[in-house]
Design a protein around this ligand. Structure first.
Ligand code: PEP
Ligand code: MN
Length: 359
């Protein structure tokens, strides 16, 4: 159970609540969710009745034992923020915008796709990694034309072998953001350590990869800065662990979180990843944060990306992250799952059809 403490509580009231809980042999862990003080009380069976606790002067609220991540269970305004980020970045394309009498931009044609119910669908696309020779500018324009709303590209790559290509580093982030600016698209790139933050100044959305989902020092550092964070579920992590990692970000003060399902390690040697699409409706029932799906890492096979992208859209995802390389045969990471631009155009068309019919 979580007790939310009122901001102006006196020490005397808080001490008497603490004494009562300790006398019942409860364990009390004191922490903060944003600016608010919260106490995690366990086990639930020994804690006083929640209705009794709610009447105590220093108690703002009590959340049941099943709500272990109170902030990510409740946050919902972020969908609008995400849309305005995309709007701001899409401003170069004046055909999408209309002005009101004062000359302010008030409405626009959604850069991505919109469901029948008016829900926006975002597609973040781009290479796993790239080299100085790869033409990201033309790629970004082609992706945007096909309906992508964000440009991805890894410049600090977590690789299994220390001898594999690990990205262009700082100069790659500049190349990515230049391409994003030229095409009018926000950029997404993976950050692996808090010390890298200053290099990501021109990147719009910071990606925490599956391998770093429980890198708590990284999560803490990202919670204390303002850029949105795209958090991927670890390949062997549970939904509860995933939501708790998101809670780290929110509790530290950053509520701009996008959750990304990217599949789990599979037991089947014939198919190394199992794409957990059931997690999409589960996550959407447990949190109001945007939930996107990554069918590229979720399948690790280019031929499976399109059908699983369609399935993710049908399962209710708010968007997709898809790997597209200017020339997959030259890709130095995740070549086997990279789509060509032509394949991405077909994927976008197929996904759009599904999104547009969804309520
Ligand atoms: C990636 O997005 O290129 C990546 C490494 O993803 P993941 O962390 O899901 O493996
Ligand atoms: Mn990749």
């Amino acid at each position: 159970m979580i007790i939310v403490i009122k901001g102006d509580s006196s020490n005397k009231d808080m001490n008497s609540l603490m004494t009562m809980l300790l006398e019942k042999d409860c364990r009390v862990d004191q922490g903060h969710a944003g600016q608010v003080e919260v106490w995690e009380v366990s086990p639930d069976e020994r804690a006083p009745d929640p209705d009794f606790l709610r009447k105590i002067p220093c108690v703002e609220g009590v959340l049941g034992g099943d709500i272990k991540h109170p902030l990510v269970s409740e946050l919902e305004f972020w969908h609008d923020d995400l849309e305005s980020l995309l709007l701001k970045k899409s401003r170069v394309d004046s055909r999408r915008l209309t002005k009101d009498a004062d000359g302010d931009y008030v409405s626009y044609q959604q850069p991505g796709f919109v469901s029948a119910a008016g829900r926006p669908f975002h597609i973040i696309a781009g290479p796993c990694s790239f080299t100085p020779e790869d033409d990201l500018n033309s790629l970004a324009l082609a992706l945007k034309q096909a309906g992508a709303t964000g440009l991805r590209g890894g410049s600090f790559k977590p690789r299994t072998s220390p001898y594999s290509y690990r990205g262009m580093g700082v100069s790659g982030l500049k190349k990515l953001s230049d391409a994003g600016k030229k095409a009018g698209m926000p950029t997404v790139s993976e950050i692996m350590a808090p010390e890298q933050l200053s290099a990501f100044i021109d990147v719009d959305i910071l990606q925490v990869g599956a391998r770093n989902m429980q890198n708590f020092s990284l999560l803490k550092a990202l919670s204390q800065q303002e850029k949105p964070v795209l958090l991927k579920r670890g390949m062997g992590n549970t939904i509860e662990e995933f939501l708790n990692s998101a809670e780290y970000l929110a509790a530290g003060g950053n509520e701009k979180i996008i959750l990304c399902e990217r599949g789990s390690v599979s037991f089947d040697p014939g198919c190394k990843i199992a794409f957990n699409l059931n997690n999409i409706p589960i996550l959407k029932s447990k949190t109001k944060l945007p939930v996107i799906a990554d069918p590229s890492h979720g399948t690790a096979r280019a031929d499976l990306v399109m059908p699983m992208a369609m399935a993710a859209a049908a399962a209710g995802a708010d968007g997709l992250m898809v790997e597209v390389h200017p020339d997959p045969s030259r890709a130095l990471s995740d070549a086997g799952q990279a789509l060509t631009v032509k394949e991405f155009i077909s994927l976008a068309k197929a996904v759009r059809k599904i999104v547009e019919t969804m309520e």
